[in-house]
Design a protein around this ligand. Structure first.
Ligand code: C2E
Ligand code: MG
Ligand code: MG
Ligand code: MG
Length: 285
C-alpha cells in the first residue's frame, strides 16, 4: 500500500515536473522570438533629488508584451533570459532603446540621465565595455549621462575582474550604481574598492522603515556609511510621505518610488516630464 502510494506520489510529482519543464521551455521558446517580434517595451521611472524635487534621471525597466500572456514582468522572464544567455541581446536592446529615448528627451531636458540595469551575465561578458561604448556612439548619448545599475551579487563572482570592468566603464564616463543594496552578501570591505557612484537601498528595507526599528537603523547606517565613502544614496520603493520624511531626515540624497511615480511607458513619461516645470527636470541637482 505504502509502496503504491509512493509510486502514485512519484507519478504526480513527475507529471507536475513535466508540466513545469514544458512551461519553461515554451516560455524560453517565446523569449527567443520576442526580440525579433519587437515584443519588449521599456518603461521609465523618475529618480528624484530629495532636497530640490528635481527629476534628475529615469530608470529603464523592461517589460514583455507577450501576444497571449499579456504583460510579463521582468521578475518572471529576466531569470530565464539570464540562464539561457538571451539576456545579453535583450540587455543590449534595452540599453540602446533607453539611450535613444533619453537622448531625444534631452532636446527639451538637457541634463536628464538614463539608468539602465545590467544583469550578471551581461556584466561578466567579455565585450561589455566595447558594447556600451558602441551603443553610446550610435545613440549619441553622452556617457556622463548614463548610470549602469549592477547588484552586489553580480560583483561577487569574481571581485577583481568586476572591479576592472567597473573601471573600464568608468573610463568611458559612465557612473555605476550598486542596486538592491543590503540584500547581497558582499563584504563591506570591498565597497571602498569599487569605483561606484551610488548605492541604491533596497526596497525591502525602505518598506518598513517607519514601523520596524531595525530597518530604520539599517537604513540610517547605510546612508551614513555611504556618505563617509563619498557615495550618493538613493532609496528605492518610496511609497509614503512618512518614508520620505524619515529618509530626508537621515540625509538620503535621492528617491525613487510610487510616491513620485510608477514606471511609465514613453508617452506617459513624456507627459509627466512636460507637466513638471521644465526647470525641475534634468538639472544636475
Ligand atoms: P530593480 O532594478 O531593483 O528595479 C526596481 C523595481 O521596483 C522595479 O520592478 C520597479 O517597478 C519596482 N518599484 C519601483 N518603485 C516601487 C515602489 O514604490 N513600490 C514597489 N512595490 N515597487 C516599486 P520591475 O520593473 O518589476 O523590475 C524588477 C527587477 O527586474 C528590477 O529590479 C531589475 O532587477 C530587473 N530588471 C528590470 N528591467 C531590467 C533590464 O532591462 N535588464 C535587467 N538585467 N534587469 C532588469
Ligand atoms: Mg535597478
Ligand atoms: Mg533595485
Ligand atoms: Mg530591487
Amino acid at each position: 500500500r505504502a509502496k503504491e502510494n509512493g509510486r502514485n506520489n512519484y507519478q504526480l510529482f513527475q507529471s507536475a515536473m513535466n508540466k513545469q519543464v514544458t512551461e519553461r521551455l515554451a516560455l524560453e521558446h517565446d523569449l527567443r522570438k520576442a526580440l525579433e517580434r519587437e515584443e519588449f517595451v521599456v518603461y521609465y521611472q523618475p529618480q528624484v533629488n530629495s532636497s530640490t524635487g528635481i527629476v534628475f534621471g529615469l530608470e529603464a525597466l523592461v517589460r514583455w508584451q507577450h501576444p497571449t500572456r499579456g504583460m510579463v514582468s521582468p521578475a518572471e522572464f529576466i531569470p530565464l533570459a539570464e540562464e539561457s544567455g538571451l539576456i545579453v541581446p535583450i540587455g543590449e536592446w534595452v540599453l540602446r532603446k533607453s539611450c535613444e529615448q533619453v537622448k531625444s528627451w534631452q532636446r527639451v531636458f538637457p541634463n536628464l540621465r538614463a539608468a539602465v540595469n545590467l544583469s550578471a551575465r551581461q556584466f561578466q561578458s567579455d565585450d561589455l565595455v566595447e558594447t556600451v561604448a558602441r551603443v553610446l556612439r550610435e545613440t549619441e548619448l553622452d556617457a556622463h549621462c548614463l548610470d549602469l545599475e549592477i547588484t552586489e551579487s553580480t560583483t561577487m563572482h569574481n571581485v577583481d575582474r568586476a572591479i576592472s570592468t567597473m573601471h573600464g566603464l568608468k573610463q568611458l564616463g559612465i557612473q555605476i550604481s550598486l542596486d538592491d543594496f543590503g540584500t547581497g552578501y558582499s563584504s563591506l570591505s570591498y565597497l571602498k574598492h569599487f569605483p561606484i557612484h551610488m548605492l541604491k537601498i533596497d526596497r525591502s528595507f525602505v518598506r518598513d522603515i517607519t514601523t520596524d526599528e531595525d530597518d530604520a537603523s539599517i537604513v540610517a547606517s547605510v546612508i551614513a556609511m555611504a556618505h563617509s565613502l563619498n557615495l550618493h544614496v538613493i532609496a528605492e520603493g518610496v511609497e509614503t510621505e512618512e518614508q520620505l520624511g524619515y529618509l530626508m531626515e537621515r540625509g538620503c540624497d535621492q528617491m525613487q518610488g510610487y510616491l513620485f511615480s510608477p514606471p511609465l511607458p514613453v508617452e506617459k513619461c513624456d507627459e509627466l516630464l512636460h507637466f513638471i516645470n521644465k526647470t525641475r527636470v534634468g538639472s544636475t541637482g
